[in-house]
Ligand binder design. Sequence first.
Ligand SMILES: Cc1ncc(COP(=O)(O)O)c(C=O)c1O
Length: 379
Amino acid sequence: MTPQPQISSSPDPVPQLDLAAQYTAIGGEIRAAVEKVLASQQFVLGREGAAFEKEIASLCGVAHGIGVASGTDALILALRACGVQAGDEVLLPAFTFVATGSAVSALGAKPVFADIRPETYNVDPAEFERRVTPGTRAIVVVHLYGLPADMDPILAFAKARGLPVVEDNAQAIGASYKGVRTGALGDAACFSFYPTKNLGACGDAGLVTTNSAELAARIRTLRNHGQSGKYLSTEPGWNSRLDEIQAAILRVKLRHLSNWQRARQTNAAEYTRLLNQIPGVMPPAVPEGFEHVFHQYTIRIERRDALHQFLNERKIGSTVYYPYPLHLQPLYASLGYKPGDFPHAERAAQEVLSLPMYPELCKEQIARVVECIAEFMKC
Ligand SMILES: Cc1ncc(COP(=O)(O)O)c(C=O)c1O
């Protein structure tokens, strides 16, 4: 008998994100929640949305939650409610997803960028002091990758200047800073429930949290055509309502969020333990008193593009969030910034790489990712 040829099985791919694994676990709960909304035939501004608003407010320890159609809309409406108008300047970090800046631009206001701290990728509070002008009307702070920004100096600066602070909490639901949840730190905070987020809808969805009854009322008006009463519009607004099906799905997922968060943190600890043994790779920093929720697990490495390709060839997912700092986006060419203006943001854009991260990721997969990185570092 001829011996069978040995088929060498290559290791399984490790995706950057595996939403199917989540759906396999909780699909039944989600379908039941959707079915309930379908049976009610109430699709907009109903019971699910109202309950979800309360649940997120309670998670953050704030008085109000206002559901909207996306994280970008949450930023636009929160900034407008804080008084931002065309021609105003708004301070924000240069290193973030473009929506942080485009929300400012959507109001006709001017984004004024600030550099980041190289070890956390979040804004350097001292930079706000440098960039503020008499035209500054508000500050947007981003908790990038799931790590809170250093809020104490930012809040002190904002208070001294009488400027409202809007948190872009799109990536950091559940995180905390010195014992206070993100979402409860600024005057208002904006959440995205884009499907890939730590709490992700099956479509677009967003929300604003605030302790201010006045801001909450204004955002409720703005999200619904500026109507402060039935068919009574008091100012120009938008249609940016959170729909009932998304709210019902998000309520199901919210019940799992703290477990998922713990799993992400365990996975991050395992990555960091293994990566600490590889010189030349910088794992994410988590300063004392900051709780990171690892929306992304982002490393820093000089030969980033080569590693990205090396992992790709071995079917290991990795993504560059973000390859262009905002001041160098073609979108903002007219603002006149140039390379070198924000050196830390520019270097981060060249060196960061986000590795596979999701609650269902297992130890063996993490070990495989790190083995590949170790192999790359030897080349
Ligand atoms: C930091 C940041 N800000 C804003 C947004 C915008 O959220 P959305 O996509 O829900 O509009 C996102 C997510 O995409 C984000 O990551």
